[in-house]
Design a protein around this ligand. Structure first.
Ligand SMILES: CC(C)(COP(=O)(O)OP(=O)(O)OC[C@H]1O[C@@H](n2cnc3c(N)ncnc32)[C@H](O)[C@@H]1OP(=O)(O)O)[C@@H](O)C(=O)NCCC(=O)NCCSC(=O)C[C@@](O)(CC(=O)O)C(=O)O
Ligand SMILES: [Mg+2]
Length: 292
């Protein structure tokens, strides 16, 4: 298993940015054909992204392409030209229900078959960006095995709700909880929205810590300088990890002695506490942190 903490958006019409993508240290990149590309540049960007996918060595990066929505004139062409180039996944904007995903899924299957590709090779990351989509989050997450992540688009979601997007993020709290829980229930990944202020990495760190606490597996970002900040926020604290070690050791000792419940630092330790501690230690291993 590989970490999937950061996903760096790169405008699909910026070859200079795309060709540097393997050096930024992001866990994955997202070549954007939607909002980062002007209407007049859509065709050129699509061609550019297809060419990069065919010819460029992205090393071991997980490469996703955000296509334009099904309600746009670009959707069909995006699928036709991008799917045969086999990105790891396509990010589907503004999913309002399982039907939106199924329609894209069926079309992708047709294109895969036509091009001799394995059916299901290209995954779908479904974006929740509207109140309606949020109400349908679990149905979207579980509608097809092709869906391997839910992502929340905070800019569009707040626009749809008619509220301001703030740095504190109170207006996104419920949506974040619901997206994270829906993804978890469906057994898939979840990506949080971008932090727009490139001058405020402290704010980005605080927000990332918060979404880690809500159960998100990753966060999208828009600038290479944000990648390391996100990775740092995903690392569990040293104190937490030491405690997790003590909990697991105490639980193993209790098991040997035939006891179900023990206490560590004066607090009850039962099965869910042990499960959480083991999860934390697994994450530390995944992120290459030495514990102890
Ligand atoms: C903001 C800015 C223009 C600033 O550029 P600047 O050039 O002024 O920055 P500088 O600091 O001068 O760059 C220093 C060096 O880094 C290079 N460099 C910069 N950014 C890079 C990058 N991303 N990838 C690779 N390279 C990069 C640059 O080329 C330069 O290289 P070099 O010249 O060689 O020194 C640029 O970052 C950028 O375009 N970002 C992506 C924007 C984007 O994709 N938005 C759409 C996605 S969000 C959305 O849609 C919301 C959502 O839908 C979904 C959701 O939330 O998930 C919702 O609803 O919420
Ligand atoms: Mg959006």
């Amino acid at each position: 298993m590989k970490p999937s903490r950061s996903m760096l958006y790169i405008p699909g019409d910026s070859p200079g940015m795309i060709q540097h993508s393997p050096i930024f240290g992001a866990d994955s990149i997202l070549l954007d054909l939607e909002d980062a590309v002007a209407l007049t540049e859509k065709d050129a960007a699509r061609r550019m992204v297809a060419t990069f996918l065919q010819r460029f060595d992205f090393k071991d990066l997980f490469v996703t392409v955000r296509i334009n929505g099904a309600d746009t004139e670009f959707f069909e062409k995006d699928l036709e030209e991008i799917i045969p180039c086999a990105p790891a996944a396509v990010r589907l904007p503004k999913c309002n229900g399982p039907q939106d995903v199924l329609e894209a899924d069926d079309r992708i299957t047709e294109i895969e078959l036509k091009n001799g590709m394995r059916t299901g090779a290209v995954k779908i990351h479904a974006m929740i960006e509207t109140a309606l989509g949020l109400e349908m989050a679990y149905a979207i997450a579980s509608v097809s095995p092709r869906v391997t992540a839910l992502t929340i688009g905070g800019q569009d979601f707040t626009a749809d709700m008619g509220v301001q997007k703030t740095k504190e993020g109170r207006e996104l709290f419920y949506a974040r909880c619901r997206v994270s829980a829906a993804a978890h229930a469906a057994g898939i990944d979840s990506y949080d929205t971008v932090w727009a202020d490139l001058q405020d990495n402290e704010g980005l760190f605080r927000e990332t810590k918060e979404i880690v606490g809500l159960g998100f597996t990753g966060k999208a970002c828009i600038h290479p300088s944000q990648v390391a900040v996100i990775h740092k926020a995903f690392v569990p604290g040293e104190k937490e990890l030491r405690k997790a070690c003590r909990v697991v050791e105490a639980a193993e000792k209790a098991k040997r002695e035939g006891r179900g419940v023990v206490s560590v630092d004066g607090k009850m330790v039962d099965a869910p506490v042990v499960a959480r501690s083991k999860h934390l230690l697994d994450l530390a291993e995944l992120y290459g942190i030495k514990v102890g």
